[in-house]
Design a protein around this ligand. Structure first.
Ligand code: ADP
Ligand code: GLC
Length: 490
């Protein structure tokens, strides 16, 4: 029945607007709504972290029992509400001992030592919840390593309840795989026969993502380019061979953008709204941003922004290598992010020494919006980037991205073509300081010397549209593929 409405369980470790450390939360907050708009039934499940205020949520009358193998049965409370501007139900698994902590995944000493138990617990809880709600999913959609145990759980420990459900695993980032001491098998209760190099085992440890890749009826990544890249040793983080073995069920689906949140015409965080026909508001935003960062308020200087986690993935090592050289030119640079200590220290020092560079260490949604709106260009020189959202947000604001041609950055940014004066950004290919440095200088040259071409690029950028509706339709096709795949395997 190709048009049958599907029941979907969507589980993620973070969901906007409730908890977010990165793009996974944006996707988990938007994709289910787009799927719902196509007429399917979807419920979302996430942990109830300490930061989530339960007073506005509805508490389910009965507690949820979660079997944890050798550790016994744990009991969780469950809260619920709907995703904003939708009727999509989201459920929060409330278990103080695991999730009542300051951060989602880590403290100052690194990842929480019991992340394996925390997310195996969450994965099992999401499945148990379906039973409690009498919700029979056709599709179990897991995201990243946190919930990657769900496909295998649904065909082993929970097989009786999910015999007809197919599973889909979305890889938002292959770097994080959930690798733990093998004793977790006795908590998972999937059977030690699955601890083998084709499923859960990686160098005598359990690798949850690896198990999910082996078992899910379909795998997706968040861009087509990244789907190719993860099959190579350069981007495979040791799993490229394993992924190649399963590439018949691998798909790349680009993320969309929530334009209710990211649009210069309606954005409530920015100094003045603007659109493609009247860009005067962008100048006001630029001035406002310069003021915010105590930079000289000049309209005639190029202003370049960066927003993101300060981790190697984002190319911060490359930026650190070229920043002082770049700041010798007529340029202003602003950065927003948190992450590795060396990077926070390094860029703080640059900010201290330079008049044309400013940094905000921290997480600020408001400032992220102001940077998208107020800058002329956006810097994203990632070493790898499964999809990347900020460069797509930048396009909407006419803030031209300067990116490394990898993953979703390569799929969304069209390099400026000097001959035909066309493109929506600037790309470089080698992950080297030289390539980054000269690409920024090239972009500066276009900004200062080819003003008409630059404006034309801004128009092209602002006309791009990355709709969640298109992505949701592609996910539905993958769901149907997964169901067929499951049937054929039976
Ligand atoms: P990733 O998920 O790898 O971090 P993405 O580009 O997919 O990268 O998504 C990052 C998301 O997190 C974007 O919505 C971005 O605006 C937001 N973000 C990252 N760091 C910060 C920060 N310091 N303050 C505000 N928003 C941030
Ligand atoms: C990950 C990736 C990022 C992607 C996001 C949402 O965090 O690093 O590129 O946009 O997930 O899919």
């Amino acid at each position: 029945m190709p048009n049958k409405k599907l029941n979907i369980l969507f589980a993620a470790a973070e969901v906007v607007p409730f908890a977010k450390t990165g793009g996974l939360a944006d996707v988990a907050g938007a994709l289910p709504k787009a799927i719902r708009k196509l007429g399917h039934n979807i419920i979302v499940v996430m942990p109830r972290y300490y930061e989530i205020d339960t007073t506005q949520l509805e508490k389910l009358p009965a507690p949820l029992g979660v079997p944890m193998g050798v550790m016994g049965e744990f009991w969780a409370a469950v809260y619920s509400t709907t995703l904003p501007q939708s009727d999509v139900k989201i459920y929060f698994i409330d278990y103080e001992h695991y999730f009542g902590r300051r951060n989602l995944y880590e403290d100052d000493n690194g990842g929480y030592h019991d992340n394996d138990n925390r997310f195996v617990f969450f994965s099992k809880a999401a499945l148990q919840l379906c039973k409690m709600l009498h919700f029979t999913p056709d599709i179990i959609h897991a995201n990243d390593w946190h919930t990657a145990a769900m496909p295998l759980l649904s065909t082993t420990r929970f097989v009786h309840d999910f015999a007809n459900a197919a599973s889909v695993l979305t890889i938002h980032n292959l770097q994080h795989q959930g690798t733990f001491y093998k004793g977790i098998i006795d908590v998972l209760e999937v059977g030690w026969e699955h601890f083998n190099p084709h499923e859960l085992e990686s160098m005598d440890s359990v690798n949850l993502l690896k198990g999910g890749i082996a078992t899910a009826n379909a795998i997706t990544t968040v861009s087509k380019k990244y789907a190719q890249e993860i099959q190579t040793s350069e981007f495979g983080f040791g799993l490229d061979h394993h992924i190649r073995a399963h590439n018949g069920k691998l798909f790349g689906i680009l993320n969309g953008v929530d334009y209710d949140e990211w649009s210069p015409t309606t954005d409530t965080y920015i100094a003045q709204n603007y659109d493609i026909n009247n860009m005067s508001g962008k100048k006001v935003c630029k001035k406002d941003l310069q003021k915010h960062f105590a930079l000289p308020q000049r309209d005639d200087v190029v202003l370049i922004g960066f927003v993101g986690r300060l981790v190697e993935q984002k190319g911060i090592g490359l930026i650190a290598g070229v920043i002082n050289g770049l700041l010798g030119h007529d340029i202003q640079v602003v950065m927003l992010g948190t992450g590795e200590q060396w990077a926070e220290d390094f860029f703080n020092e640059v900010a201290y020494n330079r008049e044309n560079f400013a940094l905000h260490v921290g997480y600020s949604n408001t400032l992220a919006h102001k940077i998208e709106a107020g800058c002329d260009m956006f810097l994203m020189p990632s070493l790898f980037e499964p999809c990347g959202l900020n460069q797509i947000y930048s396009l909407a604001y006419g803030t031209l991205p300067i990116v490394r041609a990898t993953g979703g950055l390569d799929d969304t940014i069209v390099n400026f073509d000097t001959q035909h004066k066309h493109g929506n950004g600037f790309k470089f290919y080698d992950a080297t300081q030289e390539a980054l440095y000269y690409t920024v200088l090239w972009a500066l040259n276009i900004y200062y010397k080819e003003k008409e071409a630059f404006k034309e690029m801004q128009k092209v950028a602002m006309q791009e549209h990355f709709s969640w509706e298109d992505s949701a339709k592609a996910y539905i096709d993958v769901y149907r593929f997964a169901l067929n795949n499951k049937r054929n395997a039976l």
